[in-house]
Design a protein around this ligand. Structure first.
Ligand code: ADP
Length: 510
């Protein structure tokens, strides 16, 4: 240890050498040719300074060297990415002339300080700002698009409702009614799409593994689309492809989502095909042993107008539509949802299309079979005819008059006996009064006692009495809550009359 106090230290060359070595900076002394004359402890491994710097920054150093021979104190400060052991790290770099030795000789210093941490912080701030700006842009264009999409059908609904009251001509009235109905359906599709997009974005969309008979599903969809009013039945044929026998066609996947994906693709195929055919179905992709699960490839193929090559990537973006007139027949959200759903199911969506010839959308998911092979009785029992419910008694728990009226009108021709409870408490009391009910239709959000509580009470009293939740709550968690409370099934509002009849048929074992 030195005997001198700090005040007595002689600042000679040794002391400066020590500082030079201890300082956490790379320091080089170089001559006019760029050769390293001396470097400090941190820099000593790096003998070729030129190779440390990107070319454009080395050129700046060279300019300082040139002017060092003419000017008195040339120096610059730059930010550069040093390449050390093939890693790039950001440094601030100061270069200056230390001493002129002769007319064409001088010594220069170059000092590098790491600013990597600062640069990373800056980068992440810039990224966050860009993300926020693009989110903001997406949000604004989303709101602008939505407002347009919603206004269009609303305009028809309000306009034609007004006109319907001003005419006595029955033909005109039924024509206006058709427009109101189809605008209502269009509006509902948009609302469902928006809910799906927001669920996907918030990570709230959960996939459930259910037993699905894909042959039944495809037959059901084929029936629906063959009778779709938009299909040009004279010129377009719907063909199905189901190579597996029913027993083997029972797979584990999310039924609602598979159905939604195929329906969205079929909607588009029907919209954009004016002649030829629409073929949809699946194919099993067998794998060799040890190559993992077999896979199943679903497809929807049409001979429609096709999609031009440059548009084929873009159509999966929200609101992207190929042609000017497309917005009058869709919202441009369908394929964005389909793509996200397919990815959620563990697959990926592909498109092969030729402008003017047709398109084929396909996706592959794992072929997983449930352990038991019982047939999917639920599926086979679902029929859509108006049920004959003579002698049956249904309890409806519903607080809103119009909703009760809709259900009772839908059941008018079924000869069923109905009892109306205006909240959960009244429903429980009706069951306690021991009225004999065959089924309960339960609205979930009601005053005094909600449908979840009422279901729990009724199931405690009569566990075998089937309860169907009748609800506008379409978010996944609400359905699960309803099942936890004891509901046996659910029907979404607004009521789809055909599926309402199917569910009644099924639960009343018709
Ligand atoms: P949209 O509700 O408008 O149909 P989508 O996201 O489902 O929204 O589709 C986006 C666009 O992709 C459509 O507007 C249409 O231009 C094009 N498209 C989708 N499917 C087909 C198809 N089968 N044939 C031709 N064009 C299609």
């Amino acid at each position: 240890m030195s005997e001198l106090s700090p005040n007595h230290i002689q600042f000679d060359q040794t002391v400066f050498q020590k500082i030079f070595d201890k300082i956490n900076t790379l320091i080089f002394l170089i001559d006019t040719s760029g050769k390293v004359l001396k470097s400090n402890f941190y820099a000593k491994k790096m003998v070729n300074i030129k190779s440390l710097l990107p070319k454009k920054d080395w050129e700046k150093v060279e300019r300082v060297i040139q002017s060092g021979l003419i000017e008195t104190d040339p120096h610059i400060e730059i930010e550069t990415e040093l390449i050390i052991d093939s890693d790039k790290t950001w440094h601030s770099c100061r270069i200056g002339c230390l001493e002129r030795c002769a007319e064409d000789e001088a010594v220069f210093f170059i000092a590098f300080n790491s600013i990597q941490a600062q640069k990373l912080r800056e980068e992440s701030l810039i990224n966050a700002k860009e993300r926020a700006e693009s989110q903001e842009k997406i949000k604004s264009s989303f709101i602008a698009n939505m407002s347009h999409e919603i206004r269009t059908p609303m305009n028809s609904i309000i306009g034609f409702s007004d006109l319907i009251g001003r005419t006595d001509n029955q033909e005109e009235q039924s024509q206006y009614l058709e427009i109101i109905k189809s605008s209502g359906r269009f509006l509902l599709n948009i609302i469902n799409d928006v809910i799906d997009i927001s669920q996907i974005e918030s990570g709230f969309l959960h996939i459930k593994a259910q037993r699905v008979n894909i042959n039944y599903l495809i037959n059901e969809l084929a029936d629906i689309y063959r009778s779709d009013a938009r299909l040009d039945k004279q010129n377009v044929e719907i063909i199905t492809m189901m190579p597996l026998e029913d027993k083997k066609a029972l797979i584990l996947t999310d039924k609602t989502r598979i159905r939604q994906i195929l329906s969205n693709l079929l909607d588009n195929a029907v919209k954009f095909t004016k002649k030829g055919n629409i073929e949809f179905g699946y194919k099993l992709i067998k794998k060799k042993e040890n190559e993992g699960f077999p896979l199943i490839r679903f497809h929807v193929k049409d001979t429609g107008i096709g999609i031009p090559e440059p548009e084929q990537e873009l159509i999966f973006d929200r609101f992207h539509q190929v042609r000017e007139g497309d917005q009058s027949i869709g919202s441009g959200l369908g394929l964005a949802i389909v793509k996200a759903l397919v990815e959620k199911l563990g697959g990926s969506l592909s498109l092969v299309s030729k402008n003017g010839i047709g398109s084929e959308f396909s996706f592959i998911i794992p072929y997983l079979q449930p352990n038991t092979q019982e047939p999917d009785t639920r599926e086979s029992m679902m029929r859509g005819a108006i049920p004959d419910l003579k002698g049956r008694h249904i309890l409806i728990a519903e607080d809103i008059d119009e909703n009760y009226k809709l259900v009772s009108s839908a059941l008018k021709k079924s000869s069923v006996k109905l009892t109306w409870a205006k909240n959960g408490k009244e429903a429980v009391e009706a069951v306690i009064r021991d009225e004999h009910f065959d089924l309960v239709l339960m609205d979930l959000s009601m005053p005094i006692m909600d449908g979840y509580k009422a279901t729990e009470h009724i199931k405690a009293l009569q566990p075998k009495l089937p309860i169907i939740a009748l609800t506008a709550h379409v978010v996944d968690g609400d359905m699960e809550k309803a099942f936890e409370a004891g509901c046996d099934d659910y029907i979404k509002k607004p009521l789809d009359i055909l599926s309402f009849y199917r569910k009644l048929n099924f639960h009343l074992n018709m």
